[in-house]
Structure formats: C-alpha cells, structure tokens
Design a protein around this ligand. Sequence first.
Ligand code: ADP
Ligand code: MG
Length: 180
Amino acid sequence: MESERQLQEILWISTGPEQTEALGEALGRTLPAGAVLALDGDLGAGKTTLTRGLGRGLGDYEVSSPTFTLHDLHEGGRLALSHFDAWMEGREKALLEDGGDEWLGGDGVAVIEWAERVVRWLPTPRVEVRLDHRGEEERLLRFQVVGPASEPLAMALQAALLDAVRSAGQAGEPAHPENS
Ligand code: ADP
Ligand code: MG
C-alpha cells in the first residue's frame, strides 16, 4: 500500500558489532517517546546487538536476549525500553492476551525482535529494521518508517533515524529513494 511506504528508506552498513551497538546507542539518545522498532533478520544478524546499544543510549540499561524470557522491561532512564522477542511459537498469543498492549504502547520505546511473526499486531507508525548478513562482520541495516507519514511521530522517527545515522557515522546513501 502506498501510504505504508512514504518515507525514504535509510541504509547503513555496519562492519562490526561495536558499530551496530554505537548506532543503537545513537538511536537511544534520539528516538522520541512512543517509538516502536520492529526488527527482522536471521539469527545472528544483530537484532539484540542493536537493542543492546539502544538500551545504553536510552538509560544505561543492560540488555540481554529475551529469547527465553519473552519480554524485558527496563526503566529509570530517559525513556523506558520494552524489549520483546517473538521467536518462539505462540508468542503472538502473549502479545494479544498477556499484556502486549502495555508493552507496545505508552511513552517508552518498544523493540520487537522477529517482528514479522507478530507484524499484524504491531502499531503504526513504526520503524522497521531489516538486518542482513553480508559477511562475517558485515551487516546491512535498512530502516524504514511505515505508517501515516503526516503524523508527528512518524516525522520524529525519521528525523531521529537520520540524526543517529549521522552521529554514528558510516551513513549509507539511500539506494532506493522512493520519495525524492
Ligand atoms: P540476533 O539478535 O539478530 O540473533 P545477536 O545480536 O544476538 O543477533 O548476535 C549477533 C552476532 O553477530 C554477535 O555474536 C555479534 O558479535 C556478531 N556480529 C558480527 N558482526 C556484527 C555486526 N556488524 N553487527 C552486529 N553483530 C555482529
Ligand atoms: Mg536476538
């Protein structure tokens, strides 16, 4: 749907985990309240690594993989971080019935790993992040804000992304400008 793809995709190449973490940290410093990040990519693509940086930027949180804990909530920093992992089967049920609304809404930042599995329950606007292996230590990260672009949150998300990418360096040129 065209209205789902209004803002420009941002590409970023990471050449090591510390870079991915640094980008996450920059995002954590700049993302507005209410931001939702939907992360997708194979095992080891760097979803948790990005989230670890994000936690540092948001409030010195110690993020670990919630693969087995379902959901972690970090509080006390600039904004709360709600970290959800949809890897295991049946977790969409948890999103629907066991508090997902609280995890995804609100004034904090929500991150969902394996977001594709629960995508139809995720709110917009949101940032979709696709991480792909390009080598042992190289990853291609693609960021796209989806949802109604006229909404202030969508614009703030896009601005935060650009800021973070600039401050973390290594900004990739958007390869497919869809709205230039
Ligand atoms: P996921 O959550 O997507 O399964 P993780 O973040 O847990 O992935 O793991 C990523 C793994 O890949 C880590 O072992 C990390 O050290 C390694 N790695 C190598 N290069 C990178 C990179 N550029 N960005 C992120 N992780 C990287
Ligand atoms: Mg992970």
